[in-house]
Design a protein around this ligand. Structure first.
Ligand code: LMR
Length: 331
């Protein structure tokens, strides 16, 4: 339920059910509402309130209003918040193996990635999260990441040399930028815009949707469509909250999540496409941004330069050779 707008929807749900909400589910995330995760969280809110007949009041808090990045994982264990969908990198301290999804050029395309998530590899990763006291519900997409800079166009790997790039807290992303001689700097998502604007960092990597909705392109000069790595999420629920729910309501949560996941994949595709058109329009009308789309030869040079980091993560406490090879060999 929207906090300020106790309006039509709230009244309708409560009127049809005749009941006041018995449970509150706060869903905290860091991105804008108009992103794949933001829209799917809003869809989930509406759907779960309908399915539960208003027994569960879902409150979505976007844009790091409640918790920044990985801080939400601690809040989930305390049940201060009941649901979140952190990107895989943010699980680094709890389940480092999820950084499998951060490995650059590991996935041929989004279908390959979905098959890996549905395979034993995905099951094993969810199991590791469950073992740490969370309820792992679903994988959500954002999409493939692109590179941007205010220093220099990024066409060849050598162009990244010496540039400072913001990264999420991920050992894989750190190694990826070191592999091309760049300086990775960990920074919460909520600080990236000002970091770019003030020149604390030269560049960053993110999906089109995150770049567009947080206006990173307005404080960068060069954008390279590299699709070098993937950004996605694991939707997790507080175990305490889950255990407090009667089985009927757990079924409603699971059903709303199935529907929201389907929608989320559609939003990811649509928004990354339509928001790219908007960035192109911005580049054309302002002349302040140059966009480069790598040829397959140029992309292969990046792949060669960064995929050599895989063996650094063969150790089971990092990612594990079995998971990396399992992903690579998934048909
Ligand atoms: C980031 O920190 O760049 C992303 O994880 C933000 C997000 O949740 O998409």
């Amino acid at each position: 339920m929207k906090k300020l707008v106790m309006g039509a929807v709230a009244t309708a749900v409560l009127a049809t059910s005749g009941l006041a909400a018995e449970y509150t589910l706060k869903f905290s995330h860091v991105v804008s509402p108009n992103t794949p995760k933001g829209k799917a969280a809003d869809f989930f809110e509406k759907r779960l309130e309908e399915l539960s007949g208003g027994k569960i009041d879902v409150q979505v808090y976007p844009s790091s209003q409640l918790y920044k990045d990985n801080a939400v994982l601690k809040a989930l264990t305390l049940n201060s918040v009941q649901m979140a969908a952190p990107s895989f990198s943010k699980f680094g301290k709890i389940v480092p193996q999820l950084a499998l999804f951060d490995l650059p050029f590991l996935f041929n395309d989004i279908d390959h990635l979905h098959r890996v998530q549905d395979s034993q590899v995905g099951k094993k990763l969810k199991g590791l999260v469950t073992a740490k006291g969370y309820v792992a519900l679903s994988f959500w997409d954002n999409g493939f990441k692109q590179l941007s800079s205010s220093e220099k166009p990024l066409i060849k790997p050598v162009d990244a040399q010496g540039q400072k790039f913001r990264i999420m807290s991920s050992k894989v992303l750190e190694a990826q930028f070191h592999a091309v001689g760049a300086n990775p700097q960990m920074m919460p998502f909520s600080e990236v815009y000002s970091g770019l604007q003030q020149g604390v960092i030269d560049g960053q990597e993110n999906t089109i949707s995150n770049i567009y909705t947080k206006k990173f392109h307005e404080v960068q000069k060069y954008l390279t469509i590299s699709n070098h790595g993937y950004l996605g999420y694991l939707v997790v629920v507080s175990k305490k909250f889950w255990e407090s729910l009667p089985s009927e309501l757990r079924k409603d949560v699971a059903q709303a999540m199935i529907e929201a996941t389907k929608k989320e994949r559609e939003y990811a595709q649509e928004l990354n496409d339509s928001q790219f058109d908007k960035i192109k329009e911005y580049a054309k009308t302002t002349g302040k941004l140059e966009i480069f789309e790598l040829t397959s030869e140029q992309r292969n040079a990046w792949k060669k330069a960064v995929s050599k980091i895989y063996p650094e993560f063969y150790d089971e406490d990092l990612i594990g050779k079995d998971l990396i090879e399992g992903a690579l060999s998934t048909k």
